[in-house]
Each structure stands twice: as structure tokens, then as C-alpha cells.
Design a protein around this ligand. Structure first.
Ligand SMILES: [Mg+2]
Length: 201
């Protein structure tokens, strides 16, 4: 690339006319395996830094809310927070499967406050062991992981898992996810909606 072209490209990025694809990040996943998918997705999503800023904004007030809710809990309540997994606690798209540090800090805070950390994912149930191990390796406290039965619809699976947690006696004080399908139905007190840009699962 000539010096002029490089300058024009930098100006376009600075002006918001073009985005730096996440592949430019040192910690981005290997992209060779799915070049077509990556090319399509990279056009639609912002930079990793922007995504992390958007995650931070979406989680604004979560800590104070939880502390307040814990302080107000009645004696027989068992509190829990329901988390989606992919692109909600695990940086599946941007980092290829590591923790989102801010979400790990929140999960550890919940653990210290005796609030159960329950995961509710559209991953199919055959991935149970792999998923628990991934979350544990990423440093999350894991009370329980509830996955979708093979062939079951996503929204049905999500509600089924929330109902299952309720049947176990948990009150879901918050539901944290990044897709509309994470929030269809009921069984939680507050929703925290992370970005998906129409692309992230
Ligand atoms: Mg997700």
C-alpha cells in the first residue's frame, strides 16, 4: 500500500467511515477456519474496544443493584443471576473463547455475595462437560449450567432453563444476555442486554 492509501485508510477509520476488523487485534481468534463467515461478520461489527465499551455501558448499575437486592433479600430466598454464555460471559466472537474480564469480575462478586451464578445457553446438551470446563478454565464460578435439548427451539430452551432454576428454589434477580431470544418469556427481575450488532450469537 502506498503512503497515500495508508493515510486515506487511517482517515476513514478515524472518521468512522470504516471499521478496523477484530482480526487486527493481537488476541483475535484464528480466522482461517471460517473465512467467509468472518468476512461477512467483520463488515457489521465494531472494533473489539468498542464492543467492550458497549458491554460496560450495558452493565452500568449492575453491581449496586445486586448489592441492594442482596441486602433486601428475605430469609428464605436463594438468589441467582442467569447468564447467557456466548458473547455474554465468553468472548466467543472477539477472542475465540476466553472470558470477558468485566463479566468474570461480576460473576466473582456474585459468588462472594452468595448469589448463585447459573448459566443458560442455546448450546446443545451434548456440550455440557465441555462448556462447564470452558467456564471453569476461564475463571468463572459455576453453580449450574443448563443447555438446550438437541432439536429444541432456542427461546423454549431458555425459558425451560429459567423454570428449572426456579424449580430448584432460585430467584433470578437478573437475566444477562445479548440476544432477544435470551429475554423472551419471564422468570427474572431485571434484564441486562449486551450488544449483538445483529451478528453475535
Ligand atoms: Mg449469546
Amino acid at each position: 500500500m502506498t503512503r497515500l492509501l495508508r493515510l486515506l485508510a487511517a482517515l476513514a477509520v478515524a472518521a468512522g467511515l470504516a471499521s478496523v476488523p477484530p482480526a487486527a487485534s493481537a488476541s483475535a481468534p484464528a480466522v482461517g477456519a471460517h473465512p467467509a463467515r468472518w468476512t461477512v461478520a467483520a463488515k457489521k461489527v465494531p472494533t473489539r474496544a468498542q464492543w467492550l465499551a458497549d458491554v460496560k455501558a450495558a452493565m452500568q448499575g449492575f453491581g449496586p443493584y445486586v448489592r441492594q437486592r442482596v441486602a433486601a433479600k428475605s430469609g428464605d430466598e436463594e438468589l441467582a443471576v442467569n447468564f447467557d454464555i456466548d458473547n455474554t460471559v465468553i468472548a466467543t466472537y472477539y477472542d475465540g473463547g476466553g472470558a470477558i474480564p468485566r463479566m468474570r469480575r461480576f460473576a466473582r462478586m456474585l459468588d462472594r455475595l452468595d448469589v448463585a451464578v447459573v448459566f443458560n445457553s442455546g448450546r446443545v446438551a451434548t456440550q455440557q462437560a465441555r462448556t462447564v470446563s470452558q467456564l471453569t478454565r476461564a475463571g468463572f464460578p459455576v453453580t449450574e449450567v443448563c443447555l438446550r435439548p438437541k432439536g429444541g427451539a432456542l427461546v423454549v430452551g431458555k425459558q425451560r432453563c429459567r423454570d428449572h432454576f426456579a424449580d430448584e428454589g432460585y430467584t433470578l434477580i437478573a437475566n444477562v444476555g445479548n440476544n432477544d431470544t435470551d429475554f423472551v418469556g419471564d422468570g427474572y427481575e431485571r434484564a441486562y442486554r449486551l450488544p449483538n450488532y445483529g451478528v453475535l450469537g
